[in-house]
Design a protein around this ligand. Structure first.
Ligand code: GTP
Ligand code: MG
Length: 223
């Protein structure tokens, strides 16, 4: 099966080469789309040096807008969202997409909270926040997802295309989660590793995104 990698990348010059090399090393039939909206560190130029990588550029609008810009270009059977910061290791993609390849799943989430894989021990309140948001997701949608905020999400491309996404910032994560839960799709999760970085290292999500996530989940559930 052909796999489309959507890589939102904003000022990720330090890691974009490594991510693209690791994606290429998987040897999958693949399409790679990097969306660089206004990086000032040359991220997009670095990405363009990699053979066969499509680089989309637009004014900076956030991770959600970057994903939405890439979806119409996706031509794979499966689409994986791959962050550009090496917090999520491309070597785990084959395991992530396996339930879809086997025809058992429409969507697979890589969970940082399911245990059994290396997790950076830090940022206690982030952990609490992610557990709480996943708890709220369970209550609202009667699902057992343990990490709805995870960056590692794989879809049958058809399903991703059908979601009618509107959020432009990190609220894209709860929006995707809410919409797939509402559609009664076959959703799976499996443990993945998380090599977390600090804010000094370029992490961008904040507590404000956490509060907004609750609102977005509620809105998607009841509208
Ligand atoms: N194109 C684009 N990509 C973005 C933007 N904001 C974040 N990203 C990308 O989205 C991915 C996740 O952003 P991070 O800052 O790593 O978010 P995080 O706080 O680490 O959160 P998670 O990794 O999702 O747990 C990275 O690849 C970022 O480069 C943006 O405004 N535009
Ligand atoms: Mg990250």
């Amino acid at each position: 099966m052909r796999v489309t990698f959507i890589i939102p990348a904003y000022n990720e010059a330090r890691t974009i080469d490594e991510v693209l090399n690791k994606v290429a090393a998987l040897g999958l039939d693949r399409q790679v789309i990097v969306v660089d909206d206004g990086s000032v560190d040359g991220t997009g130029d670095l990405a363009e040096k990699h053979e066969g990588v499509l680089v989309l550029r637009q004014p900076n609008q956030g991770k959600g807008a970057a994903i939405r810009a890439a979806v119409p270009h996706a031509d794979g059977d499966i689409t994986v969202i791959q962050d550009a910061d090496m917090e999520y290791d491309p070597a785990e993609v084959p395991a992530l997409i396996e339930p879809i390849e086997r025809g058992l799943a429409d969507v697979v989430y890589g969970s940082r909270l399911a245990g059994g894989k290396p997790q950076r021990a830090y940022l206690f309140w982030h952990l609490m926040g992610n557990r709480f948001l996943s708890f709220v997701t369970g209550v609202l949608f009667n699902t057992t997802l343990s990490d709805m905020e995870t960056g590692y999400k794989a879809f049958r491309t058809e399903v991703l295309r059908s979601l009618d996404l509107r959020e432009s910032d990190f609220a894209i994560e709860p929006e995707i989660t809410g919409r797939i839960c509402k559609q009664k799709l076959r959703i799976y999760e499996l443990p993945i590793s998380y090599y977390g970085r600090t804010y000094a290292e370029g992490k961008k999500i904040t507590w404000r995104d956490g509060f907004k996530a609750i609102w977005v989940l509620v809105r998607v559930r009841f509208t």
